[in-house]
Design a protein around this ligand. Structure first.
Ligand code: NAD
Length: 419
C-alpha cells in the first residue's frame, strides 16, 4: 500500500547520511571508525509452537549501535519485512537521535520477522517471551532498554518486563519503557512521539511564518505516531485532509474529523470506510496540495521517483527513514522544509527516558509535568538544529545529524579508546 517505487537498503541510507554529517563536522577518521558501526549485533532463532500445534521458526535481532553516552535504547519491531540491515539502520538512528535531544542513552533496536496481524495473542506472547529470553544477556536497565515500535505495544512490553523479572527473581520495571501505567509506565508515553511531531511542526510553522489555522495536513500511516500528531494538529485548527494505513487512504478536502476517525479506526481496525471521505491511492496522498505531509509508517516512502510530485511545504518525519537521500536532494531543490526523523520523532525516546528516570527513582510525575518537559526538550533541540541549518547552510537532516553525531564524537574523544 505504500508508494515505495524503489527499494533502498535502510542501512546504506543511514551510513550515507552519517558520511554527509561527518564530512560537514570535519570528523577525524579515527573517530568515524569508532562511532559509525554497531557495537554488538545479535541474531536469534525463535522456535514457537503455534496454536495449530506445529512449531514455526522465527528470526529475531537485537542491535546495540552505540553505548558511549549511556545504555542502548530503542524499540522492537514486529513486521514481515524486518531484516538485520533495517534493525542496524534503526539502531544507528537511535544513537544520533538520543544525541540530538541530549538524553544520556545510546542507540539500540530490535526486531522479529513475523506477521503479527496473522498471529493470535497467545502466539504473540510466546514469541515475545522466547525473544526476550534469547536477548536476555544484552538487555537490562543499565545496559539496553527496549520499547515499542511498529506492531508492538504496552502489552508486548509487559511480557518482556515479566519474562526478564521472572528470570532475575524480582520486579525490574526499568528494563523496558512504553509499559502500561500500572507496571511503572509514564503518563504521556503513549502519545509522546505524536506530541513531539506536533511540537516540532509548530516550531517549523513559527519559523516559516506559516499560519497553522486552516493549514492542510496529510498523514501517511495513521498508527500511534501518525494519529496522535494528526489529533493534536486538528486541535490546533489545522485541516487534516487525508490519512492512510496499511488498508487504504481516505481524503476529504474540507478536513476529516480526527477524533471521530480515531474511534472509527479503533472500532473497525482501519481508516477505510470512514463516513464523509473518499478513497484515494497512496501516490495521490503523497502528491496532495497541502502545507504539512507526515510520513508516519515505514522507511523509503518518499523516493527519487515520487519526490518531484510532493507539493507540501513541510515534511514532518514521524517515521524513521521515510525519505531517501536521492529524494532529499530533490526536496531541497524544491525548497521543501524537512523536519528530519531523528529530531521530529524524538518525543518517543524522550518520554521513554522520563519513564526510565521515574522507574529508577520510584517517583512518578503527572501528565502535565511530562508534557512541559517534553515540549522544552523538543523545542530546544529544534532550535539547536535550526541554528546549524541556518548558520552552516546545510539541510535540516545534515544539521540534526551533525548535532547528534557531534555529541557522540565528543563523548568518545573524552572516554578514549579501550584498552
Ligand atoms: P504503529 O504500528 O502504531 O503504526 C504504523 C501505521 O502505519 C499503522 O497505521 C499501519 O497501518 C500503517 N502502515 C503500515 N504499513 C503501511 C503501508 N504499507 N501503507 C500505509 N500505512 C501503513 O507504529 P508507530 O509506533 O506509529 O510507528 C510508525 C513509525 O514511527 C515507524 O517508522 C516507527 O519507527 C516510528 N517511530 C515510532 C515511535 C513510537 O514511539 N511509536 C517513536 C519513534 C519513531
Amino acid at each position: 500500500m505504500l508508494a515505495t517505487v524503489a527499494e533502498r537498503n535502510a542501512y546504506d541510507v543511514a551510513l550515507e547520511n552519517f558520511d554527509f554529517a561527518a564530512d560537514a563536522l570535519g570528523l577525524e577518521s579515527d573517530v568515524r571508525e569508532m562511532i559509525k558501526y554497531p557495537e554488538r549485533v545479535l541474531t536469534v532463532t525463535l522456535p514457537i509452537r503455534l496454536e495449530n500445534g506445529l512449531i514455526h521458526r522465527f528470526e529475531g535481532y537485537r542491535v546495540q549501535h552505540n553505548t558511549v553516552r549511556g545504555p542502548a535504547k530503542g524499540g522492537i519491531r514486529y513486521h514481515p519485512n524486518v531484516t538485520l540491515d533495517e534493525v542496524k539502520a534503526l539502531a544507528t538512528w537511535m544513537t544520533w537521535k538520543c544525541g540530538v535531544v541530549n538524553i544520556p542513552f545510546g542507540g539500540g533496536k530490535g526486531g522479529v520477522t513475523c506477521d503479527p496481524k496473522h498471529m493470535s495473542l497467545i502466539e504473540l506472547e510466546r514469541l515475545t517471551r522466547r525473544y526476550t529470553s534469547a536477548i536476555l544477556p544484552l538487555i537490562g536497565p543499565q545496559q539496553d532498554i527496549p520499547a515499542p515500535d511498529v506492531y508492538t505495544n504496552p502489552q508486548t512490553m509487559a511480557w518482556i518486563m515479566d519474562t526478564y523479572s521472572m528470570t532475575k527473581g524480582y520486579p525490574i520495571p526499568g528494563v523496558v519503557t512504553g509499559k502500561p501505567i500500572s507496571l511503572g509506565g509514564s503518563l504521556g508515553r503513549n502519545e509522546a512521539t505524536g506530541r513531539g511531531v506536533f511540537y516540532t511542526t509548530q516550531s517549523t510553522c513559527e519559523h516559516l511564518r506559516l499560519d497553522m489555522n486552516g493549514a492542510r495536513v496529510a498523514v501517511l500511516g495513521f498508527g500511534n505516531a501518525g494519529s496522535i500528531a494528526a489529533h493534536l494538529l486538528h486541535g490546533s485548527q489545522c485541516r487534516v485532509i487525508a490519512v492512510s494505513d496499511s488498508n487504504g487512504c481516505i481524503y476529504n478536502k474540507g478536513g476529516l474529523d480526527v477524533p471521530k476517525l480515531m474511534r472509527h479506526k479503533e472500532r473497525t481496525g482501519k481508516v477505510a470506510g470512514f463516513p464523509d471521505s473518499e478513497a484515494i491511492a497512496p501516490h495521490q496522498l503523497i502528491a496532495l496540495e497541502c502545507e504539512i505531509l507526515i510520513p508516519a509508517a515505514l522507511e523509503n516512502v518518499i523516493v527519487e521517483e515520487n519526490a518531484g510530485s510532493v507539493r507540501a511545504k513541510i515534511i514532518a518525519e514521524a517515521a524513521n527513514g521515510p525519505v531517501t537521500p536521492e529524494a532529499d536532494r530533490i526536496l531541497e531543490n524544491k525548497g521543501t522544509f524537512v523536519i528530519p526523523d531523528i529530531l521530529c520523532n524524538a518525543g518517543g525516546v524522550t518520554v521513554s527516558y522520563f519513564e526510565w528516570v521515574q522507574d529508577e527513582q520510584h517517583l512518578f510525575w503527572d501528565a502535565q509535568d511530562v508534557y512541559n518537559r517534553l515540549e522544552r526538550v523538543m523545542k530546544t533541540a529544534f532550535h539547536e538544529v535550526l541554528g546549524i541549518h541556518v548558520g552552516r547552510g546545510v539541510s535540516m537532516r545534515t544539521a540534526a545529524n551533525m548535532l547528534g553525531i557531534g555529541r557522540v564524537a565528543e563523548a568518545i574523544k573524552l572516554r578514549g579508546l579501550y584498552p
